[in-house]
Design a binder for this molecule. Structure first.
Ligand SMILES: *Cc1c(COP(=O)(O)O)cnc(C)c1O
Length: 434
């Protein structure tokens, strides 16, 4: 083979070998050509956040010793303690708790709530119903060990029709025993808009003007590094999230974080381990390198996921499907919803995402009756970390309006392949005609 031939790589053939037909590739390229400015803006945010993370690591003198294995009680676990200082620097908070012993996002949120609420206190959500798994934590759905069982009451104020805050309703809902206000940044799997950090700041200011003593907590899941500021930059006392979403950068194999005011974080430490022990114990068991390196990669990984979401929104909007957020809308989290209006669309989309995965690409996802859901659900995930939703993944309940939710993508090139493959499968099934 000539030298020229070697360099003249033939990407169209490679896409074809992977199963993407030319029409699908061309359609995708046309859409992508119109996204240059959006992508440049995303890269700008990633650049800022990359510097922010590096600065935090330098300031706290992250060293090779931080990656050493620590076992047993974990007294003086330097890697763990330094990482918590790094998180505190990134989020501009007094303190942070970042642990593999926090098993997931729900656990981190439950921990922050139960650590800082006492019998007789009231918890208020001024942004409508919280994420599904929080219903049992709070006791909205009766559950063993819920806050309700411990005498913590709950109230919620719905958003207004247009998705904005009902300030009059919130003022009325602030009772004498209201101790903590919880604000969910991402829409999760609801139809309301996600909130910008600016909007969250406005809400926190409103609450603090009336009652400066109230603890304002933000469920930051899926929101980290989407903007250059975080809720803790606009007055949040606690920000909470999962390490198998944005801040783990795809490398953290488990974990959650809580960043915020020192007294509140100390309370979380005492609740996570034991009164009297708190943050002093809890060995990091060799996962520290993945936590540090994941945080280091998180700004660019989040940018990749955002690009994939915007690419998908524009492709499916162009093809006439309803998408949330819309193709040109600003982003406050990495989740994208596409409504197909029929089950075949949801199924074909998920098959395409699965077929593009680096892991388990040969598996065919099928709808099944998952516990906790009132309809069959189909899920596509070929992830290195089980259930990781910063990796390219999609799921959809098989019920009207037949919408699929997808998120993630550790690299933009993989995200693009996944979306092209979803389109390829929709074309094959006859749901879409190009
Ligand atoms: C994912 C998520 C959670 C829960 O996190 P898990 O890790 O799945 O337990 C909570 N709130 C929001 C908004 C989320 O997106």
């Amino acid at each position: 083979m000539s030298k020229e031939k070697n360099c003249d790589f033939d990407i169209i053939s490679l896409y074809r070998e992977l199963g993407i037909r030319r029409e699908v590739l061309d359609f995708g390229r046309e859409i992508e050509a119109g996204l240059e400015k959006r992508f440049a803006a995303i890269d700008g945010v990633a650049e800022y956040n990359q510097l922010k993370v590096i600065q935090a690591m330098q300031k706290n003198q992250v060293s090779e010793g931080c990656f050493h294995y620590a076992s047993g009680y974990g007294y003086n676990d330097v890697g763990r303690d330094t990482l918590e200082e790094v998180y505190a620097s990134v989020f501009h908070t007094e303190s942070a708790l970042v642990r593999p012993q926090i098993t997931c996002g729900t656990h981190a949120l439950a921990l922050a709530l139960s650590a800082n609420l006492r019998p007789g206190d009231e918890l208020l959500s001024p942004v409508g119903k919280p994420y599904d798994t929080l219903e049992e934590v709070i006791g909205i759905r009766p559950s063993k060990g819920s806050l309700a069982e411990y005498g913590v009451s709950y109230s919620q104020v719905e958003l207004l029709e247009d998705g904005t805050f009902d300030f009059d309703g919130i003022r009325e809902a602030l009772r004498e025993n209201t101790k903590l206000v919880t604000i969910q940044r991402s829409k999760g799997y609801q139809t309301r808009p996600s909130f910008s950090v600016g909007q969250i700041g406005e809400l926190i200011r409103f609450v603090k003007d009336i009652r400066p003593d109230i603890i304002c907590m933000v469920d930051n899941c899926y929101g980290e590094f989407v903007e250059t500021i975080e809720p803790s930059d606009v007055g949040a006392d606690l920000v909470v999230g999962s390490l198998i979403k944005n801040p783990g950068g795809g490398l953290a194999p488990i974990g959650g974080y809580i960043a915020g005011r020192k007294d509140l974080i100390d309370a979380c430490g005492f609740r996570l381990t034991s009164p009297g022990l708190g943050k002093e114990v809890g060995a990091s068991l060799g996962v520290m390198q993945s936590f540090y390196q994941g945080l280091f990669l998180a700004p660019t990984v989040t940018a990749s996921a955002l690009k994939a979401a915007i690419f998908a929104a524009n492709i499916y909007e162009k093809l006439g499907f309803a998408v949330v957020p819309k193709g040109s809308e600003s982003r406050h989290d990495i989740i994208q919803a596409v409504t197909f209006g029929k089950p075949e669309g949801v199924i074909a989309f998920c098959k395409g995402i699965q077929a593009a995965a680096p892991v388990d690409s040969f598996v065919t996802p099928i709808p099944w009756a998952m516990p906790g859901y009132d309809s069959d659900v189909i899920m596509a995930a070929g992830a290195f970390v089980q259930g990781s939703s910063i990796e390219l993944s999609a799921d959809g309940p098989i019920k009207p309006p037949y919408a699929v939710y997808f998120q993630g993508g550790l690299t933009w090139h993989h995200g693009r392949l996944g979306i092209l493959m979803s389109l390829e499968h929709l074309v094959r099934e006859g749901v879409v005609v190009l």
